[in-house]
Design a protein around this ligand. Structure first.
Ligand code: NAX
Length: 339
């Protein structure tokens, strides 16, 4: 059995934290042969809830769990950590403008990035879940420089990816793992572009063709993609709030686990989606944290972008609009001096 891996979860006293902790302790993220040590970072208001979760973790008697520590100090929380799940964020309050939201979160992700740069393990990788996730990751990466390469910071769009796969699986009446190579392009926001142009079924049939076959033609398929599939995926968060009376929690935690597991242990058939630091792929301005198709070999090198895919005019337009939103967010946090 290997040495325990140190994992830090911020916002551990919140809803997603509560759903994440038990699955990580059970071995769902790193596998049944990897013991884990958990560090829970909270602010004072969230500390009692995190303490309660820690008591319940003890009551789980998880064979892989080698310790749980709680703190409100990022320097302690990230000390020697190899995997950081940055979940805690400042939600948009009533009357809060977008600029206020970005500023409030810069005040969280700046210091956390700096602490990761100062005290985390050499192999640290961080995924940002807390919204606005892409831009929070940009801020954390900038604040961790030069001690940690920016590429170690990613943001979660796996929930959007899984939502897209889930919609297609239900519509085509196939199992989710029969669908490969769906892509979420852009920002984790309503401007995201869920793309099926490259998606295939396990028998090799393009997903777009399977949809056309169901609906009796290509035009009907395009209409379905534009008017049903795309808005359904992009606005799924709002749908969950409306139906459940509370935001996505278990599915978000599940996606965060999928993201880290695939990054650490490798992707399987085809690619997945993750928001990664751009090096100019697909014309995305360098440095933006943008959702792209990625694979991982599970060799410690993290996610690598799949390059060379083609867009049609509609796809290019949708992707460019989401990238423009990311650039505007970056400009806003630049003005604040956060990057
Ligand atoms: P909760 O409000 O239940 O929990 C957030 C927790 O973070 C609270 O306990 C709070 O005390 C803590 N916190 C706040 N500031 C902190 C700081 N500086 N350091 C440490 N902890 C801090 O929210 P929850 O439902 O768990 O959602 C967490 C975040 O995930 C939100 O920003 C939410 O918007 C975002 N989401 C992101 C998704 C994605 O796909 N990227 C999907 C789900 C979710 O909406």
């Amino acid at each position: 059995v290997s040495e325990p891996t140190t994992i830090t979860i911020t916002g551990a006293g919140g809803q997603i934290g509560y759903a994440l902790l038990f699955r990580i302790a059970a071995g769902d993220m790193l596998g049944a042969d990897r013991p884990v040590r958990l560090r829970l970072l909270e602010i004072p208001q969230g500390m009692r809830a995190a303490e309660g979760a820690a008591l319940e973790l003890q009551d789980g008697a998880f064979p892989l769990l080698r310790g749980v520590e709680l703190t409100d100090d990022p320097r302690i929380a990230f000390d020697g950590t190899s995997i950081a799940l940055l979940v805690g964020a400042r939600p948009r309050g009533p009357g809060m403008e977008r600029g206020d939201l970005l500023a409030a979160n810069a005040g969280i992700f700046g210091p956390q990035g700096a602490a990761i740069g100062a005290v985390a393990a050499d192999d640290v990788r961080a995924v940002v879940v807390g919204n606005p996730a892409n831009t929070n990751a940009l801020i954390a990466a900038a604040s961790a420089a030069p001690d940690v390469p920016a590429e170690r910071f990613t943001a979660l769009t796996r929930l959007d990816h899984n939502r897209a796969v889930g919609q297609l699986a239900a519509f085509l009446d196939v199992a989710p793992d029969e669908i490969a190579d769906v892509i979420i392009w852009g920002n984790h926001s309503a401007t995201q572009f869920p793309d099926v142009a490259h998606a295939v079924l396990s028998d090799g049939m393009p997903v777009a063709e399977a949809i056309a076959e169901r609906l009796g033609g290509r035009d009907a398929a395009t209409t379905w993609l534009d008017e049903v599939f795309l808005p359904r995926v992009a606005k799924r968060g709002a749908e969950i709030i409306e139906v459940r009376g509370s935001s996505s929690v278990a599915s978000a935690a599940n996606a965060a686990i999928d993201h880290v597991r695939d990054e650490q242990l490798g992707t399987h058939r085809g690619w997945t989606s993750a928001a990664v630091v751009s090096h100019g792929e697909y014309g995305v301005p360098e440095g933006l944290v943008c959702s792209l198709p990625v694979v991982s070999r599970g060799d410690g090198a993290g996610y690598r972008v799949i390059e060379g895919l083609e867009f049609d005019a509609r796809g290019r337009r949708l992707f460019d609009a989401s990238v423009a939103e990311l650039a505007a967010e970056r400009d806003a946090v630049r003005e604040l001096g956060a990057v």
